[in-house]
Design a binder for this molecule. Structure first.
Ligand SMILES: Cc1cc2nc3c(=O)[nH]c(=O)nc-3n(C[C@H](O)[C@H](O)[C@H](O)COP(=O)(O)O)c2cc1C
Length: 306
């Protein structure tokens, strides 16, 4: 019996991403011919959780400009020839979280990914596409073969999930709160049902072919797509880069010298979310029929980068 080795790499603050990954790998973990190697990406120094408001916004410029920091992966065994690598990541400010892209900047990246099939798994609020693009580019550079992508998101209405996620990040409390704020994060049911993607991976490994993996994931709702949110995300990322480049000039991560400008950015961000984005949504829906061609183009883009 040939044992298949699967490497699972992830970082998580609340445990949500680990829950998602555990559900996905459950059909593989219960198989006697599969060995799972789970490795936590340990940022050095660690990030706080729950975050204070200051700490939360201090992470903005480095996230957007993709400035890496040190990471340790204590359980990583590079002497194993992994048959599949599963990379879990969350999104911070429309970019892969700092610990995850720090992996790509580290000495480990090529050793882990070169010539290996890789499935990515995102657990985010609802804006993950631009971060996925960054991860795809990094994987390509590291020589990986992308064979699948899964994204699980918070399906609550956009403006409510902004409140619930900020509450979760700053108080450590998922909610629900005061009748109208829903529970933050990916639904329990969606996490449970994610085990089906592990079944697909198992089939692919046993057949020695990943050709059918992504179409099956896509067909079984393994990709969260909202065109309206993607449109906003594309514009927001451009604007985030401008802000981040200005803020970084004031000082490096944690510097008090940039606290004031970060506070201005916070006000700007909340104003954009609550004042501009409802108007942008309205315009999007009113012009929807005229956007169909652009939307189909977008859809192709989604398929291509997976
Ligand atoms: C600093 C920070 C910024 C975030 N920015 C985004 C974002 O731009 N888009 C998004 O969908 N989720 C965003 N989130 C939510 C995370 O992607 C993720 O869902 C949440 O942090 C829980 O992940 P974890 O417990 O597995 O680390 C952000 C979270 C943090 C802490």
């Amino acid at each position: 019996m040939i044992v298949k080795n699967i490497l699972v790499l992830y970082y998580t603050q609340t445990g949500q991403l680990e829950e998602i990954l555990d559900s996905i790998i459950s059909p593989l973990a219960s198989s006697s011919d599969v060995k799972i190697h789970k490795c936590f990406l340990e940022p050095n120094p660690p990030f706080p959780f729950p975050w204070s408001s200051e700490e939360f916004f201090q992470a903005f410029p480095e996230s957007v400009l993709e400035i890496p920091q040190g990471i340790n992966i204590p359980n990583l065994d590079l002497s194993i020839d992994y048959d599949l690598v599963i990379l879990g990541f969350q999104v911070w400010y429309l970019s892969p979280s700092i610990p995850v892209y720090s992996l790509f900047a580290s000495e480990y990246a090529e050793k882990i990914f070169r010539n290996r099939p890789v499935v990515t798994v995102v657990g985010a609020r609802n804006m993950w596409v631009m971060a996925q693009k960054v991860v795809n580019e990094k994987l390509e550079k590291a020589g990986a073969t992308k064979v699948g992508a899964i994204s699980l998101c918070d399906k609550a209405p956009n403006l409510l999930s902004v409140i619930s996620v900020i509450r979760w990040m700053m108080k450590g409390d998922k909610g629900p709160y005061k009748d109208f704020i829903p529970t933050a994060g990916v639904k329990e049911e969606d996490i449970r049902n994610a085990s089906v993607y592990g079944e697909f991976m198992k089939e692919s490994l046993l057949n020695n072919s990943f050709k059918e993996l992504q179409p099956k994931i896509y067909k079984n709702k393994g990709i969260f797509i909202d065109h309206r949110i993607f449109m906003m995300e594309k514009n927001a990322r451009r604007i985030f880069k401008i802000w981040a480049s200005k803020i970084i000039k004031k000082g490096s991560y944690g510097d008090k010298s940039r606290s004031r400008v970060l506070k201005v950015f916070k006000v700007y961000l909340l104003a954009v979310i609550y004042l501009v984005s409802p108007i942008a949504s309205l315009v999007f829906y009113l012009t929807y029929p005229f956007r169909l061609r652009a939307i189909h183009k977008l859809e192709n883009e989604f398929r291509q980068f997976l």
